[in-house]
Structure formats: C-alpha cells, structure tokens
Design a protein around this ligand. Structure first.
Ligand SMILES: [Cu+2]
Length: 155
C-alpha cells in the first residue's frame, strides 16, 4: 500500500503593511510664533519647528497667513561678519528629522500686515508641502527675547 502524501497549499497572509501605520507618518508644525515689531513695521519674522516624521524628505513649498500680504522663506547667514538674509525657494526637511526656524537662522518673512499685531495676537496661516500636504496653524505674536537687527536693512 502506498500512502499518498499531499502538501497543503500554504497560505501566507501578509501583515507587513500594518506595521507601517499611516497615523505615525506625518508632518507637524510646533511652537509657531512671530516676533513683535513696532506698529509701523511692514515686515515681521516668524519662527517655528517643522517636524517630518515620515520616511521621506519633504520640502515646504509655500506659506500664507490671513493677515499678511505674502510670506517668504529666508535664511540669515553670516558673511564677513555681516548678517545677511538669503531668500530660499523651499525649506528642506529631511526624513525623520526636524527643521528649527529661529532668530539668526531659517525664518519666515511676513510682508505688509493688514493691521498692527501685538504680543498675544494670533493669525491663521497655512503651509504647503511638495507631497500636497497643507498644514493649517496659528502664529502667535510674542515679545522677542532675542535682539535681531538683521531685519532692519531688509529691502
Ligand atoms: Cu528675513
């Protein structure tokens, strides 16, 4: 007598995808604020942390605020002892890292406020990214603890 051995088809259910929950893959903006400026100021500087918790490099491509005509990405660089601002087309935030916008480094330049903004005020803003993500957030006006004269010579 012969026993017929049969191999049952092995069904492998792939559950790999559940290890990469979309909920943890995200971009975030924290601690967003504008340094208070004299009421006559046409230009204000904004700072924040942009966190990229995704596994891909991201670029912030544009920003808009309700009470400002336009926003630009800037970086303050030291050239021959002089603080100068360079306009940046985009802000790069590498995968699994964060970009800190702070006085003396990367910042957002906000032009032509619709009204004088003072410490404690807030304005609605949104930032767009290269993958199509838009993040809405509040910018809070705060008294700046850091002397930053670099914006006085803005053209
Ligand atoms: Cu600037």
């Amino acid at each position: 007598m012969k026993l017929l051995a049969r191999t049952l088809p092995l069904i492998i259910v792939t559950t790999l995808s559940s290890h990469f929950a979309i909920a943890d893959d995200k971009l975030e903006i924290d601690d967003a604020w504008i340094a208070e400026a004299p009421p006559v100021s046409k230009v204000m500087a904004a700072y924040m942390e942009i966190e990229n918790e995704t596994r891909q490099d991201r670029q912030a491509t544009s920003m808009q605020c309700k009470e400002f005509e336009r926003a630009e990405f800037h970086r303050t660089v030291d050239k021959d002892g002089m603080a100068r601002m360079e306009h940046q087309q985009v802000l790069n935030i590498p995968a699994n890292s964060e970009l800190e916008l702070e006085p003396g480094g990367y910042h957002i330049m906000l032009f032509n406020p619709a009204r004088p903004l003072k410490a404690g005020d807030k304005t609605d803003c949104s930032m767009k990214f290269d993958d199509g993500t838009t993040i809405n957030f509040d910018l809070e006006i705060r008294k700046s603890s850091v002397e930053d004269h670099s914006h006085h010579h803005h053209h």
